[in-house]
Design a protein around this ligand. Structure first.
Ligand code: UGA
Length: 450
């Protein structure tokens, strides 16, 4: 089993370290944040992720997982993963400072023949930059491999241990072999490519998934106009294996630390190099409009939102995570506040400080029913399981007006209406109790031949 080092104890770094230790490798994970490292040494991961704390504790107990808050003089590792943050800059380009710093430092502590692996999502061409920096700063030769991750927050451990594919990009076949060996226990499908192609596969994958969601959200808007049910449309489409049912849930749109940053970065890279990413621009525009469409629904039921008390259920960017980065739910809260509404926010796991940080001025509720007191509308903004089975009777009793806007299509509209609620959702006019349009829609505009 190999000696592996991972630079960066963020989301990707901790999950990868704990999983590589589980696979039997000796793993040293380094981060300059001393508080983070001391928590990890006690078996507490800095992020909320199912199974992760247990896996970190298992790694520590096995003696195969080590956490350091500084670089040792000599890093005894054959493979070093760079898993530091690459935040998006104001212009949309990915900020590579943390990657550069990590490579410059690590290159002085490793021996010739070490493989540096880019696990962070980095702009196309970063592999060459890392290669150049490592050689300038250290005693090479070193090889560089791009090994993008495809982990979803909330199921990252499962995704790591059951990969659908491992993408490895490098000009050095021996380096690809060395990294592939680390995953051998998982028997994954391995795709070997050049380094730029590997970097592009990551961006293209996230951009495609974001496109799929924006597509179904556009279909939802059309369904609303024409009297069809987008959930059934998605089910019917998804039965075609060429389409697949995944990422076809219409709702408030996509968010998180990856899709918004990666779609922007890819758009920026394309524009900077003379390509015209029209589709990507529309994908982002549709996504922003999903939030605005929910506001429009609230206004159409309540009139101007100034002074209205609105309960927003959910603060995280999706269910099963406490991550609020680029959360559609908090974006909606900020928009409500801008319109002068009082926004009361509940989330099963996100701490009130995080909500206050992401949406200054919002009121936090400790429970759904507490938040419902005096509310004139409740909006389901995050797809938490906790919100699938709402206590309609008590909710109605506590709210000042029985209006639910189900921006994630989680509820049974008929049950909500039977409990006395006005129910609004996304792309399902029948569920809202609206009659189908009186005039049948014409599939073919006049003048267009079949
Ligand atoms: C995403 C990708 O799914 C991972 O493969 C990738 O590794 C990761 O980014 C990354 O680049 O690190 P993640 O950000 O955890 O993972 O979130 P997703 O589960 O993909 O959801 C993203 C957003 O899309 C959420 O806001 C979610 O609510 C929304 N979504 C998802 C929908 O609105 N509809 C859907 O059908 C699916």
């Amino acid at each position: 089993m190999a000696n592996v080092a991972v630079i960066g104890c963020g989301y990707v770094g901790v999950v990868s370290s704990a999983c590589f230790a589980k696979l039997g490798h000796d793993v040293t994970c380094i981060d300059i944040d001393a508080d983070r490292i001391s928590a990890l040494r006690m078996g507490r991961s800095p992020i909320y992720e199912p199974e992760l704390d247990a896996l970190v504790q298992e790694g520590l107990a096995s003696g195969r997982l080590h956490f350091l808050d500084d670089y040792p003089d000599q890093l005894d590792a054959r493979v070093v993963f760079i898993a530091v943050n690459t935040p998006g800059s104001q212009e949309g380009a990915a900020d590579l400072r943390a990657v550069r710093d990590a490579v410059a430092t690590v290159a002085t502590r490793i021996g010739p023949g070490t493989v540096l692996v880019n696990k962070s999502t980095v702009p196309i061409g970063t592999g060459e930059i890392v290669h150049g920096m490592a050689h300038r700063n250290g005693n090479g030769p070193f090889a560089v491999v791009s090994n993008p991750e495809f982990l979803r927050e909330g199921s990252a451990v499962h995704d790591f241990l059951h990969p659908e594919r491992i993408v490895l990009g490098s000009d050095d076949a021996w380096a690809i072999d060395m990294v592939a060996e680390l995953y051998a226990g998982l028997r994954p499908a391995i795709q070997r490519v050049d380094i730029r192609t590997a970097e592009m596969i990551k961006y293209a994958s996230n951009a495609f998934l974001a496109t799929k969601i924006s597509f179904i959200n556009e279909m939802a808007a059309i369904c609303e106009a024409l009297g069809a049910d987008v959930r059934e449309v998605a089910t019917g489409m998804g039965m075609d294996s060429r389409i697949s049912p995944h990422f076809l849930y219409a709702g408030l749109g996509w968010g998180g630390s990856c899709f918004p940053k990666d779609v922007r970065a890819l758009t920026h890279m394309a524009e900077a190099h003379g390509a015209h990413p029209q589709l990507l621009r529309s994908v982002s525009e549709i996504n922003h409009h999903q939030r605005l469409r929910v506001l429009a629904k609230l206004r159409s039921s309540l009139g101007p939102l100034e002074g209205r008390r609105v309960l927003v259920l959910g603060a995280s960017f999706k269910g099963n995570t406490d991550d609020t980065r680029n959360s559609p739910a908090l974006e909606l809260v900020r928009l409500l506040l801008l319109e002068g509404a009082t926004a009361v926010v509940h989330d099963p796991v996100v701490r009130p400080e995080r909500i206050a940080e992401g949406a200054p001025g919002a009121v936090c509720a400790a429970s759904i029913l507490e938040g419902a007191d005096g509310a004139e509308a409740a909006v389901i903004a995050t797809e938490w399981d906790d919100y699938r089975e709402l206590d309609f009777v008590n909710l109605r009793a506590r709210m000042a007006r029985p209006l639910i806007v189900d921006a994630r299509n989680l509820l049974d509209g008929r049950a909500a209406r039977a409990a006395g609620f006005e129910y609004r959702c996304v792309g399902r006019p029948g569920e809202e109790g609206l009659p189908f349009p009186v005039t049948p829609a014409l599939a073919v505009p006049t003048g267009v031949e079949r």
